[in-house]
Write a protein that binds this ligand. Structure first.
Ligand SMILES: Nc1ncnc2c1ncn2[C@@H]1O[C@H](COP(=O)(O)OP(=O)(O)OP(=O)(O)O)[C@@H](O)[C@H]1O
Length: 417
């Protein structure tokens, strides 16, 4: 008779026991399409899973199965499994997170687990309609998916007298017959999707305290980039509030990658030098170009290969087509602008979803709110900007600014000061 690799674990007394062992079952997204590189992606994802769970202090084992990952806790406690499942919804590369029960690969155990799960479900008290959704990843299992649906469905109906509704059930029991065991579950949480962080290399996010740059960072992490963060504060002409905000934002975003680094540059004096050079209406674009040049030096030292900004076409005067072209001209590395075609309302909705919006909306004095001209140039000419930079020796300024960094390590889960 087939048995589970591990015996039944202790279970939480608050919920009725279910036959088998509670675990987290992860469905992978694009990774499964990766052909020859798939193993690399899977290994990276497993490391990211381990790193994310480490902060919870829960010991886990990870098993790679065909197209899915199984995460077991050493304690087997339901509370631990729940905590791990919730944490893993932030790990990039996973599309669904299920709290599932691993049961022995036999029909009786599968039926029993399904009955136990229905017994726990709130829809039972309401006499809600149910559906069984079985599938076999191992076609050698002696019963076909539709026979399993019919068999388990009949048992549930007989035991609990619930109506069946295959299209729109109040309660769906999923049964997945795998190579070594059967997984049975009723619920799932959407995962973060995308690709495992680190798979696409490393880049540097220019991080203001505003709404857009955190969303830009999230979008690029989701495409597999590991990112560092660079914030320009207006100090000594502004207070430290924008740094606190950048710190809090990076701490929140750290849940998606772990090990985040925030570098802060006091930028006020450089802004004043730009003003004294007679930049006038070009002040903002000239500042942005100096930020980008500094960022290019910093990212080179960190071994990254691209810069990321929260620019969105036409959103503010510095983001016209002509100004964006002038910004691109400042550096030779690619500038990734994942928000370029998004509306502000869409960006705000995403910021709300990733919990950065309320931090970004806190008041602060950003470096770019001081020394701004009354009217900003919307059609900056590259030649004019180059002239200003020649007078200032902007390349040397960027080198200097890049050596004058404060480094912080905001970590997700650390208590707020
Ligand atoms: N103080 C800063 N430090 C680092 N990067 C900055 C700073 N200010 C602006 N940036 C970068 O330039 C981009 C455009 O900034 P801008 O202020 O023009 O637009 P924004 O819509 O207000 O952006 P955000 O909401 O990210 O502040 C930002 O998304 C960010 O990537």
């Amino acid at each position: 008779m087939p048995t589970l690799e591990t015996t039944t674990q202790p279970q939480n007394a608050e919920r009725p026991a279910v036959v088998g062992e509670p675990c987290v079952l992860l469905k992978l997204g694009e990774i499964v399409l990766k052909g020859k590189n798939r193993e690399l992606f899977e290994r990276r994802l497993q490391n990211n899973i381990r790193a994310a769970v480490k902060g919870l202090g829960i010991k886990i084992n990870i098993w790679q199965r065909e197209g899915v990952i199984v995460v077991r806790t050493e304690s087997g406690e339901l509370a631990d499994v729940d905590a791990v499942a919730r944490r893993l919804t932030d790990v990039m590369g996973i599309v669904w997170v299920h709290r599932a029960w691993r049961v022995a690969k036999e029909v009786d155990a599968t039926v029993q687990a399904a009955l136990d799960l229905v017994a726990q479900h709130p829809a039972l008290a309401r006499k809600g309609a149910f559906a069984i959704r079985a599938r076999r990843r191992d076609k050698r299992f002696p019963i076909t998916s539709s026979d399993l649906n019919a068999l388990v469905g009949a048992k549930v109906k007989e035991r609990y007298d619930l109506p069946v509704n295959l299209k729109n059930p109040d309660l769906a029991v999923f049964i997945e017959v795998d190579q070594r065991e059967v997984f049975v579950f009723t619920d799932g949480m959407p995962g973060a999707g995308g690709l495992p962080v680190g798979m696409s290399g490393r880049a540097l996010v220019l991080m203001s305290g505003g709404i857009d740059s955190p969303v830009a960072a999230y979008r690029m992490m989701r495409r597999g980039l590991r990112v560092d963060f660079l914030h320009f504060s207006g100090m000594p002409f502004t207070g430290p509030e924008s740094i606190y905000k950048a710190y809090a934002l990076v701490r929140e975003l750290d849940k998606f990658q772990g090990g985040s680094r925030l570098f802060v540059v006091p930028f006020g004096k450089a802004q004043q030098q730009i003003k004294s050079s007679g930049a006038d209406r070009l002040q903002i674009v000239a500042q942005r170009r100096l930020m980008l040049k500094t960022a290019e030096v910093v990212v080179g030292n960190l071994g990254g290969a691209a810069l990321i900004t929260g620019d969105s076409l036409g959103q503010v005067s510095s983001q016209t087509m002509q100004n964006i072209t002038a910004l691109d001209d400042a550096v030779s590395l690619p500038i990734l602008r994942p928000l370029i075609g998004m509306d502000k309302t869409e960006i705000m909705a995403e910021a709300r979803k990733i919990h950065t919006l309320s931090i970004s909306e806190l008041p602060d004095e950003d470096c770019c709110t001081v020394l701004t001209p009354r009217r900003a140039e919307t059609r900056a000419k590259i030649e004019d900007l180059r002239q200003i930079e020649k007078r200032l020796d902007a390349e040397e300024m960027a080198e200097q600014l890049a050596t004058n960094l404060q480094e912080h390590r905001p970590s997700y889960g650390e208590p707020t000061a």
